[in-house]
Design a protein around this ligand. Sequence first.
Ligand SMILES: Nc1ncnc2c1ncn2[C@@H]1O[C@H](COP(=O)(O)OP(=O)(O)OP(=O)(O)O)[C@@H](O)[C@H]1O
Ligand SMILES: [Mg+2]
Length: 341
Amino acid sequence: MRWDIGIDLGTQTARMAELKHGPVLSAPAALAFREGNPAPICAGDIARRLIGRTCEGVSVVHPLRDGVLENNLYAARMFQWMFKRSEGVNTRRRFGAMITCTPFARPVQKEAMLTAAIDAGAAEALLVRSDAAAAVGAGLDLNSPEAKLLVDVGAGKITATLFTFGRVAAFGYLPYGLNRIDERVRRILRSDFGYRVGVLASEEIKNTLGTAMPDKAPKDVIMHATGINLAKRMPVNFDVETKPVLDACEDVVGELARLVNTVVDSAPEELSADLTDAGAVLTGGGAVMTELDRRIGQALGIPCRVADAPEGCAIRGLYRIMENPEAYGAMFMERQSRQVW
Ligand SMILES: Nc1ncnc2c1ncn2[C@@H]1O[C@H](COP(=O)(O)OP(=O)(O)OP(=O)(O)O)[C@@H](O)[C@H]1O
Ligand SMILES: [Mg+2]
């Protein structure tokens, strides 16, 4: 089978690569629907801009929640929207789609993901471990005997995987990602300060003030934000201090540090020893969080680095796997073909 299209459907961002052109698309994994109409009114950037601004009868939805498929109709519509943007699909009647999938997805979620891709027009669909795609995109040679530790820090999930000889030697995950920090920030601002802020505003607050090393963060920084004052029921500009954001970050980053420690502890001693030289590599959009590499490095006592352009590692790696699928067979999960009656 020729894999013409590769898709990394994330909780927040959907990315696509074409065999002929490489990575071609990166857009928010969001769709807007009007009540009672199964066809989306818009998707991608326009749908994301509608978050928190929708009028009655219109809702913005995401196919994935916490790293796994939540709604197969939304996934099929998202795939359809992406396939339409692909040159390869418009010119070829039959095409195969390689899709990244989190290793902890349940069988029913994997099947629903494959069915969604087939419903959207693919003749054959194959799921590939998302952590393996990210590792290949980060430039790690999965098939060599030395151990490699890959930590993928996404919006909806965090995975830590130890690879050796093209196989997985140890794996662990958190069923939530850095969007959990945004939720915490919204909750703290509402309950302790009396302000309601939107999803996009809370993400900006996290990206600006958040850090993985709270002890080293300057305490006198403030950020201007806009929200609703719940007492006055009016929109207001107000200042956000670092303390609530650092508390929200620590809840997630502390768990992440414990996760990587557990994964390394559960691996055979020889592999753990390899990591002393090779270190750990961070991928995913959340890898750029201030000081995250230093925090993980300190937790493990080994070097830790952020991959180049970490948010695009999974789709770049998937593209390399599409080019040379034979080399990565052990990283493939389920596959499905369209039934021809
Ligand atoms: N500077 C930053 N500081 C902290 N977090 C950041 C920063 N930049 C981006 N992020 C976070 O990274 C996450 C997006 O990562 P990514 O694009 O890898 O997720 P995804 O692939 O859509 O989700 P997943 O793989 O978990 O399903 C978001 O939570 C975003 O807020
Ligand atoms: Mg991802």
